[in-house]
Ligand binder design. Structure first.
Ligand code: GLC
Length: 509
């Protein structure tokens, strides 16, 4: 594969939540064999890269974000040899591979943490983590205290679950370890890394979010990425302050970061316009491409969220179970897909978004696996509802996911949403994504935009190629501006009238 060094600037990146993508060996859990078998599907979908959630050996206390060994593959997912084959086969199809690196915390099952427990208080092995004689006052992001007591009486810090002890980034050994881990995967042909909880690494007496010292970490990582060339560093940076966010994208730090401001935005023309303008203002002066993200494995699926009375996203107030008009949500999700794909920069598609899957809200408590559910004593359902195994084909669960019973139950109604059912339906979500991603390759991606003033309820802009994206967020149909052709629309258009909650890509010579 030709390695253009800036391939990531306008890339469409598909997020594979491996446990739920496709199961190759029939144990009910998605794996590398399943993913390799479905690479042709991803090639046909038209994505440029795949980002995989953590695939490392893990006790799965947090779906693999509790990493026991950063240089191997979880046996339930496959082997390192299969991972290497996956990289090779994906490259042969023109798809790049991005892996998830989790530097903030490791696992209580990691060799380092075992050594720390065995070494006892005061040992060098404990210096790789945050051990103290007394617990601090912080709360875990998953609920409950952020400190847990080791058998010998000392306490260790975990910003997330107790099985995820935080690493001590004041210790040079930790820096060295991750430099080595980056090289390990880059040497195997991996094209980029998604950096988990990227702003939380450094800790001080006062806090842990976005401390200035964290930037030196990423300068070191960037030097390594640059040595290899064509590799991308993508930050998971949840920071509402755009100026603080932008600091991660300085030319000697990360290449891009997820745009959570856009993800959290309600389906509202003014809020979206503000978010888009602010995103462009933050990124363009830095020369960093924006990213456009509608969902991921941590948030409520778009079809459900856009069908609720409050369509915004808030990590702290998830609105689980609030009534949702799924038909309305589906229509808006289609329009939002065309908006996100048309904006300048990169776009992310979370697996199942292209099938229009809704959030699954009726998973029985005893089957839920997200630590948020347990740590909230069953009061917050957590993130399992967006992680249900994909429906591929057939009339009944497991819908071609694999031979065994999926690790989370799939709703029977998903028979209409399988990839097979949508494949030949030209009006399906799947075909909207396929066509959108194909057109995007030639007409959209990296660059900038020019807004068209079409009225208060409308977002309309033209890209360098001459493609204009018009999204009607108002209650009434609007007239499309003069054009030669409608390239793609998210719903039926009558004459030149674009109905409410509908988007169109038009072209004027
Ligand atoms: C990130 C991941 C999330 C995980 C957390 C702790 O936010 O996206 O899934 O639980 O980090 O690693």
């Amino acid at each position: 594969m030709r390695r253009s060094d800036t391939w990531w600037r306008g890339a469409a990146i598909y997020q594979v939540y491996l446990r739920s993508f496709a199961d190759g060996n029939g144990d009910g859990v998605g794996d590398l064999a399943g993913l390799r078998g479905r690479l042709p599907y991803l090639a046909e979908l038209g994505v440029n890269a795949v980002w995989l959630n953590p695939w490392y050996p893990s006790p799965m206390a947090d779906g693999g974000y509790d990493v026991a060994d950063y240089r191997d593959i979880e046996p339930v997912f496959g082997t390192l040899g299969e991972a290497e084959l996956l990289i090779e086969e994906a490259h042969a199809l023109g798809i790049r591979i991005i892996v998830d690196v989790v530097p903030n915390h490791s696992s209580t099952e990691s060799a380092w943490f075992r050594e720390a427990l065995a070494g006892g208080p005061g040992s060098a092995a404990r210096e790789r983590f945050w051990f103290r004689d007394e617990p601090g006052g912080w709360r875990s992001i998953f609920g409950g205290p952020a400190w847990t007591q080791a058998p010998d009486g000392q306490w260790y810090l975990h910003l997330f679950a107790p099985e995820q002890p935080d690493l001590n980034w004041d210790n040079p050994e930790v820096h060295q370890e991750f430099h080595d881990v980056l090289r390990f995967w880059f040497d195997r042909g991996v094209d980029g890394v998604r950096i988990d909880s990227a702003a939380l690494l450094m800790k001080s007496e006062t806090g842990f979010e976005d401390l200035d010292e964290v930037h030196e970490v990423y300068r070191g990582w960037r030097r390594i990425a640059d040595e290899y060339g064509g590799r991308v560093l993508i930050g998971e940076v949840w920071l509402p302050d755009q100026e603080r966010f932008a600091r991660y994208l300085r030319p000697d730090e990360l290449h891009t970061a997820f745009n959570f401001d856009f993800l959290a935005c309600p389906w509202d023309p003014e809020a979206l316009r503000r978010s888009i303008d602010q995103t462009l203002a933050t990124h363009l002066p830095l020369g960093a491409p924006p990213t456009w993200v509608l969902s991921n494995h941590d948030v409520t699926r778009v079809v459900t969220r856009y069908g609720r009375a409050d369509t915004s996203w808030d990590n702290g107030a998830r609105r689980d179970g609030a009534p949702a008009d799924l038909e309305l949500g589906h229509r808006r999700a289609r329009a939002a897909a065309l908006l996100a794909m048309a904006l300048p920069g990169g776009v992310y598609v979370y697996q199942g978004e292209e099938l229009g899957l809704p959030e699954v809200e009726d998973i029985p408590g005893e089957l839920r696996q997200d630590p948020i559910w347990r740590r909230s004593d069953g009061t917050v359902p957590g993130r399992d509802g967006c992680r249900v195994p994909l429906p591929w084909s057939g009339e009944h669960p497991p819908f071609g996911f694999g031979a065994g019973e999926p690790w989370l139950p799939q709703p029977g109604e998903w028979r209409e949403l399988t990839a097979e059912a949508q494949d030949t339906d030209l009006g399906s979500m799947l075909n909207l994504y396929r066509t959108g991603l194909r057109l995007r390759r030639d007409h959209l991606g990296d660059g900038t935009l020019t807004w068209l003033p079409l009225g208060p309820g409308v977002l309309a802009f033209t890209r360098e190629s001459g493609l204009t994206c018009v999204v009607n967020l108002g209650p009434d149909p609007i007239g499309l501006p003069p054009h030669d052709r409608v390239l793609l629309a998210s719903g039926p258009i009558e004459g030149d009238a674009l109905p409410a909650d509908t988007a169109a890509w038009i072209y004027a010579r």
